[in-house]
Design a protein around this ligand. Structure first.
Ligand code: CU1
Length: 482
């Protein structure tokens, strides 16, 4: 095996997959797409606090993305998305500087968006929209924004230092020049672990909104779910060295970071328990957003629990740099965040466009995504546990069967992704008109026309009820598109 692409090409392919997915898709997508649209609507505001800064974020993101794209077209990078030194600063002869600059620039879009969300949620809430009535999607985006503002500058400077070290041999990270390669890992993961929560927190907010709506019940333990978001943001900053258990940190440090990593699992588990308790005795509707939410709860749980395995020193040493890790973070990022994104896109598509998507096709695609995802990534847990290392272009014959399963799964997953692209486009013209509130949901975003007018609301709403007051809502049948 191993003749599909050369080892050099393979190194570049997985590096560019990681860079584009993490820095240019997962981190910006839910905040920039759903957060931008929904936060002002959900709190009864006309727009974000700084609309021009918001537009600037978009231009900055595009400029950063162009830097990264041009670097890829010119031949790409082979360092892995983590840019580990001294390989990235000294030995790689690929386009590290252009890509690093792209990430540095895009970082400012993230910082400004976080700033914008924080100020908006503090200052722009409609009369009566108190903190304890704030939708959980806003709470989770608020928590993610804290990370964007506090964490992103660190990774931006770190990546810039890599570029500067390559250009001027300043000796920050390269031991041959008096630098310290472990310093890079500390700085990089100080952002890049919390960045996992930039990706997953807004997704968790989506799931809270959907679970409550489609079980017609108030979210169980609203305050705990809201505060769990803040706890995740805070604790998330204290666990970065779990990426370095075999990198040469002290046993004492490893023990402390192992313990702290267990702790960050608690607020995530609180959310899973509270969503489950919300479902209990609810009158559940199995529309597409809810199917994706169910998928999220199962797959994120597997991703989170295998994270606890990895936080355990003995297990981590065995599976470090194997496919077990690849499977773990894809369960969190794809099984978790991407499924939440799909859930949210379907839930708010009628609000965004004024049109329903075709429910039958959407359910089919949700099924394909779920089956394809598990077929792709579950075998990788087994492969990793058996010792297949990641980031190699070839593998021994005994790993063939599981790798073939994984590839087959990826093809199913691709169909599951392509279908929504087609039917969402189709629905723009042919979808049934949605009306203001197709799901019979509570929440200010459903009290204005679909799509909302430029100023979101004709009159500033005044909130006199608690969040998720579903028990006092009529339980009407949901109209189904198509
Ligand atoms: Cu981590």
């Amino acid at each position: 095996a191993g003749d599909l692409v050369s080892s050099d090409t393979y190194n570049k392919l997985f590096t560019m997959h990681g860079i584009s997915m993490i820095f240019f898709f997962l981190i910006p997508s839910v905040p920039a797409v759903l957060g931008n649209f929904l936060i002002p609507l959900m709190i009864g505001a006309k727009d974000l606090a700084f609309p021009r800064l918001n537009l600037a974020s978009w231009y900055i993101y595009m400029i950063g993305a162009i830097f990264a794209l041009v670097s890829m077209v010119m031949g790409g990078v082979d360092t892995g998305w983590t840019f580990y030194t001294p390989f990235s600063t000294t030995y790689s002869n690929t386009h590290v500087i252009g890509t690093a600059l792209g990430i540095f620039i895009a970082g400012f879009a993230s910082i400004f968006t976080g700033l914008n969300f924080i100020v908006t949620i503090h200052r722009m809430r409609a009369p009566g929209m108190t903190w304890t009535r704030l939708p959980l999607f806003c709470w989770s985006n608020y928590a993610a924004s804290i990370i964007m503002v506090l964490g992103t500058p660190v990774v931006a400077i770190t990546i810039l230092l890599v570029a500067l070290e390559r250009l001027f041999h300043i000796g920050v990270f390269n031991p041959a020049l008096g630098g310290d390669p472990l310093l890079f890992q500390h700085l990089f993961w100080f952002y890049s672990h919390p960045a996992v929560y930039i990706m997953i927190l807004p997704g968790m907010g989506v799931i809270s909104e959907i679970v409550t709506c489609f079980s017609r019940k108030r979210v169980f333990g609203y305050e705990f779910v809201a505060l769990a978001s803040i706890a995740i943001a805070v604790l998330g900053f204290l666990v970065w060295a779990h990426h370095m258990f075999v990198a040469g940190i002290s046993v004492y440090a490893a023990l402390v970071f192992s313990l702290l990593s267990y702790l960050v699992a608690i607020p995530s588990a609180v959310k899973i328990f509270n969503w489950t308790a919300t479902l209990y005795k609810g009158s559940i509707r199995y529309n597409t957003p809810m199917l994706y939410a169910f998928g999220f709860m199962g797959l994120f749980t597997i991703g989170g629990l295998t994270g606890v395995f990895l936080a355990s020193l003995g297990v981590d040493v065995h599976v470090t740099d194997t496919y077990f890790v690849v499977a773990h973070f894809h369960y969190v990022m794809v099984g978790g965040m991407v499924l939440a994104y799909m859930a949210g896109l379907h839930f708010w598509w009628p609000k965004i466009t004024g049109r329903m998507y075709p429910e039958g096709w959407a359910k089919l695609s949700a099924l394909l995504v779920f089956v394809g995802f598990n077929l792709t990534f579950f075998p990788q847990f087994i492969l990793g546990y058996m010792g297949m290392p990641r980031r190699y272009h070839a593998y021994p014959p005994e790993f063939q069967v599981l790798n073939v399963l994984s590839t087959a799964g990826a093809s199913v997953l691709a169909v599951g992704y392509i279908l929504p692209m087609i039917y969402f486009m189709w629905s723009l013209k042919y979808g049934k008109p949605a009306g203001p509130n197709p799901w019979n949901a509570v929440g200010l975003e459903w009290m204005t026309p679909s799509p909302p007018p430029t100023q979101n609301f004709d009159e500033t709403p005044v909130v006199t009820w608690e969040a998720y007051d579903y028990e006092h809502q009529p339980d009407e049948e949901v109209p189904v598109g198509h």
